[in-house]
Design a binder for this molecule. Sequence first.
Ligand code: SAH
Length: 453
Amino acid sequence: MDLVKKNEVYTIDITGMTHEGQGVGRIDNFTVFVDGPVEGEKVEIKIIKVKKSYAIGKLLQVLEPSSDRTEPFCPSYKRCGGCSLQHMNYEASLRFKTNVVRESIRRIGGLENVVVHDTVGMEQPVNYRNKAQYPIGRYKDGIRAGFYAKRSHEIIDCATCTIQHSVSDRVRAVVKEYIEKNNISTYDEITGEGLVRHIMTRVGFKTGEVMVVLVINGRNIPSQKKLVDRLVKEIPEIKSVVLNVNTKRTNVILGDENIVVYGRDTITDYIGEFKFNISPLSFFQVNPVQTEVLYRKALDYAQLTGKETVFDLYCGIGTISLFLSKKAKRIYGVEVVEAAVKDAWENAKVNGVENAEFIVGEAEKVIPEMYEKGVRADVVVVDPPRKGCDEAVLKTLVDMKPERIVYVSCNPATLARDLKYLAEGGFEVREVQPVDMFPWTYHVECVALIEKK
Ligand code: SAH
């Protein structure tokens, strides 16, 4: 296509958005993707890349702004890859997410009659994250701790991150100052040398308890007692300080070994009435307020009467299992990470839940085996990672024909693909409820109700 030329400036109408929030427009019939515009805007762009079937444009100016446009509240918005929807107001970002889900169900799932409800937003869509991970490094202008710039590993320093719990900023500031003043080395990804790699915080929203994890390329920090004293004095909510040893040359943030240098090895938080011990490495939903909204919807969709056998596939530390346990006869959780299964048993015990059982293994292996042995579920909950359910899981569900399937998903595309499979296998997809678990990012969580025909 020689009509669209690199470095040329064009005026285009933004007629759609990708699921990642990029604006889509056309030059004649050639598709152009642009970071920054809102659907419905007329913008001036410069073409920076031309591919065979599409081009990438850079936003130069918005000529006719949408009424949904708003000024991003974060000063780091342009450089950070995190909150890509801050240039639209919150209501518009929720409408955007609902649309992404509707379009996926229709286009990928081929399902026309599924009710997709409006996305449930947060009353206060700020300070919602209970876990922060700040990379730290030394630059010519001093120590920086914050986030990686979009599509790069340059660390950008930021004093506050509005989506994090405010205590995380306070921890970050204390550690950063300590490292700066005491000339402690920071890890260099290129040479593999230097000590401190990441500052991680976890916060129990209901208990107020804080865990600080310092990820280091070594086993101790010079005069670490002074650092710990300082942290605990400035931030009394800290109940646990852990050194996480990561000496590997990898992008993976956490290593396998934890050394507790202050307080306990876990902090506690609640989802609903259930209490969970959270250790440095265990998976725990990052937005506890919306997690409760999501789980309540899952419980609602499960329509349990107390007589049912329930499978909770991809159960993590058993959060959904416990949430459903009071209303079910028996629950089997299946999870591939052994440590998570250990936590799940522990969490069941702590909460006095006696009708839940947890099995280590891949759902695609465990479920066909259980089915072979004659174990049947009345209700199945699945909450797979982004890639969705393995086909062997879906096939077994089609054979097993439970009354209901409740599908919790963090990826509308794989959700839609799997719903199609189930619809073709004798199930009816009733409704989908998107929940805004990650305000301002393009991510959206869904829960779907699927019933036997
Ligand atoms: N339901 C839990 C966790 C959901 S995250 C919660 O709400 O907290 C998805 C989980 O699936 C992770 O714990 C991951 O370890 C697990 N997982 C990934 N692949 C799996 C597989 N093939 N079989 C079983 N579990 C798997």
